[in-house]
Design a protein around this ligand. Structure first.
Ligand SMILES: *[C@@H]1O[C@H](CO)[C@@H](O)[C@H](O)[C@H]1NC(C)=O
Length: 393
């Protein structure tokens, strides 16, 4: 009996050790967030084991088939050889509809348009806006590296932004939004920049919507990286790992990025575009001393120039490029390593004269919209977001 109690006690202690994470006071439903994160970490470990056994990863089971419901017709198809999931309102419309081109997150290494949270998000947009949603896939790291992810997304987008295709879906070419979260926000920002000077694409987007986007891989020691290094559901270590995997499987880049020593002297002229001393609002700088990235490994920038490429780091575009960008919606979360990427883009776009609507979620954590089904704060933010789209798209 005593032995049993002891085992139980040890199991409980181990479980709480795995689950418990200190969180800021203003995070709502803290235990739910801890449990969610523990589950995500557990499935990552389990997927590692399954991979060794040659079985599909756990997230394979997050996928839902393309299932139409009473209001929405769902179809998996190809746009320019890129797999996409299209959500269309069932009800006939006498006028042309709005459209959203959505890019899922997952650190360029995971995620899928068929994952339940993304499938659900798309249906919410269709129902609220009576819009067509195209949710694109793209090939992932580490099997494929930059610029494959970007090119897949851009190929699908180009395919969609044609008169003939838009007519087929009954979409108004003047009312199209591109949106994405996290790595998807990165790809959305990069694709929107690329659209500006692509003479072959005549139809442009009305709005770009960047949800806690990753926007630069030059400085990995921003105040948000320092403050939120261990915050669910995205640790600094994991973000840096995914950034480096976007460019290469060479662990040397990851190690150098973790030490913020991956840049070279030749890239010094780019530092001003990510200088948080100049670009972050005062209150986000409190308690932090500025140090610029260290020139450590000049060979890394030569071997893997991707992290200096605007298609991977949209914050590195110069002002003359930014000027032409459309109405931009940016959502940032206080407890997110990527917070300052978003905040700095807000500053840079506003300085370039772009119209920016910025939503900062004071009690928000990374992934809050994707988890909107499970968290009150997520539901609140999703409703706000849908209302904004309804009024502005
Ligand atoms: C379909 O739309 C109606 C009216 O907006 C709504 O009440 C219903 O819940 C929707 N059904 C589904 C499956 O989303």
């Amino acid at each position: 009996m005593a032995k049993k109690s002891l085992y139980l006690l040890i199991s409980c202690a181990l479980l709480s050790y795995f689950v418990y994470t200190p969180l800021p006071d203003n995070i709502e439903q803290p235990w739910k967030l801890m449990m969610t994160w523990a589950f995500l970490r557990f499935q990552m470990h389990l997927s590692g084991i399954l991979e060794i056994l040659g079985l599909p990863p756990v997230w394979y089971f997050f996928q839902v088939p393309p299932t139409s419901d009473a209001n929405v017709t769902v179809t998996d198809t190809l746009f320019n050889k890129v797999p996409v999931r299209v959500f269309e309102p069932k009800q006939k419309s006498s006028t042309m509809r709005r459209a959203m081109f959505y890019i899922h997150g997952g650190g360029w290494t995971t995620g899928d348009a068929s994952w339940m949270p993304y499938d659900n998000l798309a249906r919410r947009v269709v129902n609220k806006l009576d819009a067509v949603v195209v949710s694109t896939n793209y090939r992932l790291s580490p099997q494929y590296h930059f610029p494959t992810q970007f090119e897949d997304v851009y190929d699908a987008l180009r395919w969609f932004l044609r008169k003939k295709v838009l007519e087929e879906y009954g979409v108004d070419p003047a009312r199209i939004c591109i949106a994405g979260d996290s790595a998807g926000g990165n790809l959305a920002a990069a694709a929107t920049q690329k659209l500006l000077d692509d003479p072959e694409v005549k139809i442009k987007v009305k709005i770009q919507s960047l949800i806690y986007p990753a926007l630069q891989a030059l400085d990995m020691d921003l105040p948000s990286y320092r403050e939120n290094a261990h915050m669910p559901i995205l640790k600094k270590y994991d973000m840096v790992m995914m950034w480096s995997l976007y460019f290469t499987s060479d662990k040397a880049l990851r190690e150098a990025m973790l030490a913020n020593q991956h840049t070279s002297v030749e890239s010094s002229h780019l530092f001003k575009f990510v200088n948080w001393r100049a670009l972050l609002p005062e209150r986000f700088q409190k308690g932090h001393l500025y140090t610029s990235p260290i020139h450590g490994h000049s060979d890394l920038a030569k071997k893997y120039p991707g992290f200096l490429d605007v298609r991977a780091s949209p914050l590195l575009a110069d002002d003359s490029k930014l000027q032409g960008l459309p109405l931009t919606h940016i959502l940032t979360c206080q407890y997110d390593v990527l917070r300052d990427d978003g905040l700095m883009y807000v500053s840079r776009l506003r300085a370039a004269g772009v119209q920016v609507v910025h939503e900062h979620v004071e009690d928000g954590f990374h992934g809050i919209l994707a988890f909107s089904m499970n968290f009150k704060a997520g539901q609140r933010e999703l409703n706000k977001y849908l209302k904004w789209l309804e009024e502005n798209l």
